[in-house]
Design a protein around this ligand. Structure first.
Ligand SMILES: [Fe+2]
Length: 530
């Protein structure tokens, strides 16, 4: 495997992406280009008006390594696997959702994807490299073919997502009011103004934009939360395909997993507002606790998103080191009317560690769902596995909070506690299992044409973390085997739990049951393209 260098790793933390050149031969890219053409030809035969009960997404998403088996050679390529290991550590997992995109006529405006499949939201944006995605281009991409466009450095910032009625936006369009008709219009001046305006809505000055024009066979390895868009393909040009896969970390870092030589990043070349964030995440990925900076000042409430997040990181580290003023300021914002301030506090308090636990556990009892959601997120550290009270706070939210996004954030946070053995490991696994059992959580989305529960998908992620780290018991594994994984109608719960079982410590009888179930599912029938 070829690991990322310090410069490449820092570029990822700073810009949110690196470009990779897999070692695969040119002929393999041709194979994957032809496979994408074939998938789209077959997908055109599907749809409810042609075959009742079908849609074209059945071929273009989620089963790509099954339909195009040689894609596994991309996923196992030494450059691709080495870069993913560098970011996500050993034992990272391919998420069951994937998609083959084809550039089309309308432009997209800038947005961040929802963090569950089909643009759903299960938790707040991670900042830490718990997730990564790859975009693989089996042909060269020029401006005419409709390249992806990214806004470097934006993965730590976002827009407010709460709606007045207590629900939330699932994904984050940078401009939620943008008229989509403009994006398909041939008035390019109007379109360009709208797209540029969508970046400005983030409220962070001096952002750059970068079209991903690349040689054939390139891979863009991107932070899951980078602001991006698909651009319009011009007529009369060949198809531009992009295979998208994404991956999850399963282990807490105990040391660098990239080709690390330097102790610290070269912050002089990093935008000032990003320096505390890059420094913190660099240290976290080395398995270290970052040193606090001196002189933490209070942040104005009307500061822009980048300034607030930078302050949250400095204040969080100060609070962890015993700065009561910084801790009080963060806790004050955690229960503010303004969502942007609660979000800021959530990131700072998550970094503050044990010092923040009493205050965050108090906030978890707030009558405001928007405070309980961020409190749950802020408790999601592996080190909190040592605190039975922190674990129980999250279990209580998962068990009884009426708010779906609070429950989903609690399940996600419990997954991070499940990375470390602690006194509440059994309680955590029991709670996650209880909420992944079929029928325990109501369907709360049909995005992608599939009735699903975002809470169950977060609970499955949590069980996966526990399975890899050995914090599930044999009884938990039995119940996942017998009651969930092969009976589930949610393909993402099924996929995550299958990965969980493959990586858990199964005994011979359990391995046999898993093997027999997998063997019985090996057939897949494609629609006939003839
Ligand atoms: Fe997207």
């Amino acid at each position: 495997m070829r690991r990322l260098t310090d410069d490449e790793f820092e570029k990822f933390l700073t810009d949110g992406y690196v470009l990779l050149t897999p070692e695969m031969p040119d002929s393999m890219h041709d194979h994957h280009y032809a496979a994408a053409q074939s998938l789209y030809a077959k997908a055109a035969l599907l749809g409810p008006e042609r075959v009742p009960g079908t849609n074209h997404l059945q071929l273009l998403g989620d089963n790509l390594p099954g339909l195009v088996p040689r894609l596994t050679e991309l996923l196992d390529d030494p450059v691709v696997a080495g870069a993913l290991t560098s970011l996500l550590g050993n034992d990272y997992v391919l998420h069951p959702h994937c998609f083959c995109h084809r550039s089309g006529a309308p432009d997209q405006a800038f947005h961040q994807d929802g963090n569950l499949p089909w643009n759903e939201r299960g938790h707040y944006r991670s900042h830490r490299p718990d997730w990564a995605m790859i975009f693989y281009y089996p042909q060269a991409v020029t401006r005419e073919l409709g390249p992806s466009e990214v806004v470097p450095g934006t993965m730590y910032w976002t827009r407010n997502s709460e709606k007045p009625d207590g629900t939330w936006y699932a994904g984050d369009a940078m401009d939620r009011t943008l008229d989509r008709k403009v994006l398909a219009d041939d008035n390019f001046a109007l379109r360009d103004t709208a797209i540029a305006g969508s970046v400005d809505k983030l409220g962070v000055p001096e952002l750059g934009r970068r079209f991903i024009t690349v040689p054939k066979g390139s891979v863009l390895l991107a932070h899951y939360d980078i602001v991006h868009r698909g651009s319009r393909a011009l007529p009369g040009h060949p198809d531009r395909f992009m295979y998208k896969f994404y991956f999850a970390r399963t282990r807490e870092p105990v040391g660098p997993s990239w080709n690390n030589r330097r102790e610290t990043p070269e912050l002089s070349r990093v935008r000032p507002e990003l320096r505390p964030v890059v420094q913190h995440i660099w240290s976290w990925c080395r398995g270290e606790v970052p040193e606090p900076e001196s002189g933490t000042i209070r942040c104005p409430a009307d500061a822009d998103e980048a300034t607030r997040i930078a302050w949250a990181y400095r204040a969080g580290e100060a609070a962890r080191s015993g700065d009561a003023t910084a801790l009080a300021a963060l806790l004050d914002w955690l229960d503010d009317d303004a969502e942007a301030l609660r979000r800021t506090a959530g990131y700072g308090l998550r970094n503050a560690g044990a010092a923040a636990l009493p205050g965050v556990m108090d906030a978890a009892q707030s009558p405001r769902a928007g405070t309980r959601r961020y409190a749950a997120f802020a408790l999601g550290n592996a080190s909190n596995a040592m605190s039975p009270e922190a674990a129980q706070t999250l279990v209580d939210i998962l068990d009884s909070d009426p708010d779906d996004l609070a429950r989903s954030n609690a399940a996600y946070a419990l997954g991070h506690l499940a990375r470390a053995a602690g006194p509440a490991a059994g309680t955590i696994a029991d709670a996650l299992l209880a909420h992944v059992l079929p029928g325990m959580e109501p369907v709360n989305t049909t995005a992608g044409g599939m009735a699903r529960s975002t809470v169950r998908e977060s609970a499955a992620y949590g069980l996966l973390q526990g399975a890899v780290n050995g914090t599930l018991s044999s009884r938990h594994i039995d119940r996942i085997l017998d009651e969930v994984v092969f009976r589930d109608e949610d393909r993402y719960v099924q996929g995550l739990l299958t990965e969980a079982l493959l990586r858990a410590d199964l005994d011979a009888a359990q391995m046999n049951r898993l093997g027999r179930q997998l063997a019985s599912r090996r057939h897949f029938t494609e629609p006939d393209a003839a």
